[in-house]
Design a protein around this ligand. Structure first.
Ligand SMILES: *Cc1c(COP(=O)(O)O)cnc(C)c1O
Length: 423
């Protein structure tokens, strides 16, 4: 039996209808922006394996840091204990986070980082004796698959089986160009009508919705409205963090600062699952009390795993290196060049670029569903050509490892352009 046959015997994959899905591809090796399957076929990983891998597969620098940590202190519980890797991650992060972020809390993945932020927002008001229980979120948001994260997410097929079982979430439109006023007004109305604790948003780019983008100025207005009404703001930078938008964080583009930030995905350079939620001192202080009931009773067994911390430290060092910063600029310039080349193509409806993120919306008659037939056709076409891209409905996006070569990028662009001929 080959790997794919054994897989079908035992494994249940994410976001997969096993009855109708094509079998998975068994990957045996990765290096830089390339992956190889069990038959030796080569693929360009043009989406950095779900946006986690900025520095390339099997990165030696991160691997060495992990090995060193594994053979020094692989893990120790974080309840009642601490260790240098966790402290160093905090120190390194503080150097690049917005200045108001003063405390960090570790967890294991993007969803749990969101879960923690939402629980902190709700308990913040509980601890102060104020009744505020509604969370505000954008339409078509994606914040993860655990329950509070799912409640905040607005893409229906992820959540439809669980409607009616969620915490209170009210949705407002995304302030895309031309819709800003509608969005501001909706936020003001929601705050008027509900006891709102927090507003969670993907800053500047909604990843899972298909790289939907909006302007920093609009986010500043929304944050300002929240501040005036003492509604806590949560920037979910799980996708946008660590350079994807061209700056360390999407929040570096705005004037205001969120009360909390959620980080994961590229945090460890795509090596070890880990996440962090960051907080202002004011939030921490609302839990700081003689009363034990005011503490944050949340934790995960692997909280602040030292090996994960070592991977995060190495990743942040790489991120800040001149070589990676230059690569981010280079990928952005290439994207802008491709955008110019393709934007007037008759099959292209819109294009958008921010930092290392490129997205293109294909012009079609009927609105394509998320996992519709054209999406499948495109996905299979890209795979056949040796490029990993996962279109969202009729939106094709590219979010490569920063270290992707120009030659590899040109190949990705050429295949995207070719795909416009087959739809
Ligand atoms: C991927 C993602 C999450 C969820 O992260 P997981 O690690 O998959 O749980 C949350 N928010 C955003 C913006 C994401 O892109």
């Amino acid at each position: 039996m080959n790997l794919v046959e054994k897989d079908s015997q035992y494994l249940w994959h994410p976001y997969t209808q096993h009855k109708t899905a094509t079998p998975p591809i068994a990957i045996t090796r990765g290096k830089d922006a390339l992956l190889w399957d069990e038959n030796g076929k080569e693929y360009i990983d043009a989406i950095a394996s779900w946006w986690v891998n900025p520095f390339g597969h099997s990165n030696q620098f991160i691997a060495d840091a992990i090995y060193k940590q594994l053979t020094t202190l692989e893990h120790v519980l974080f309840g009642g204990f601490t260790h240098s890797p966790a402290i160093q991650v905090a120190e390194k992060l503080m150097e690049i986070l917005p200045k108001n972020q003063q405390k960090i809390f570790f967890s294991d993945n993007g969803s749990t980082s969101v879960e923690v932020a939402i629980k902190v927002a709700l308990q913040y008001f509980f601890n102060r004796g104020e009744k505020r229980t509604t969370i505000i979120a954008f339409e078509n948001a994606f914040h993860g698959d655990t329950f509070a994260a799912m409640a905040a997410s607005g893409i229906s097929f992820y959540t439809q089986a669980f409607q009616g079982m969620f915490i209170d979430v009210v949705r407002i439109p995304v302030p895309v160009k031309g819709e800003e006023e509608t969005s501001y007004q909706a936020l003001k109305d929601v705050i008027q009508k509900h006891n709102c604790a927090g507003f969670i948003f993907e800053p500047l780019v909604q990843g899972a919705a298909g790289m939907v983008m909006y302007e920093p100025g609009a986010l500043d207005v929304l944050i300002q409205i929240c501040k005036e009404n003492k509604v806590l703001t949560i920037a979910d930078e799980v996708m946008t963090g660590f350079g994807k938008t061209g700056k360390n964080f999407a929040c570096d583009y705005i004037q205001g600062q969120p009360d909390m930030m959620c980080l994961s995905k590229a945090l460890t350079g795509g090596t070890i699952p880990m996440a962090i939620t960051t907080f202002t001192q004011d939030l921490f202080d609302a839990f700081y009390d003689d009363d034990i009931n005011k503490a944050l009773f949340h934790g995960h067994t692997f909280t602040a795993n030292p090996t994960g911390c070592a991977a995060a430290l190495a990743s942040m060092e790489l991120l800040r290196s001149a070589e990676i910063q230059e690569s981010i600029v280079r990928v952005n310039q290439r994207h802008l060049g491709f955008q110019k080349h393709i934007e007037n193509h008759p099959m292209v409806k819109t294009t958008r670029v921010l930092g290392t993120i490129f997205a293109l919306e294909i012009k079609i008659e009927n609105k394509e569903s998320y996992y519709g037939s054209m999406r499948t056709k495109l996905y299979n076409f890209f795979i056949e050509k040796g490029v990993i891209l996962r279109p969202v409905g009729n939106i094709v996006y590219i979010l490569p490892p920063y270290i992707i070569t120009d030659v590899q990028l040109e190949k990705v662009y050429a295949i995207v352009e070719e795909a416009l001929e087959i739809v």
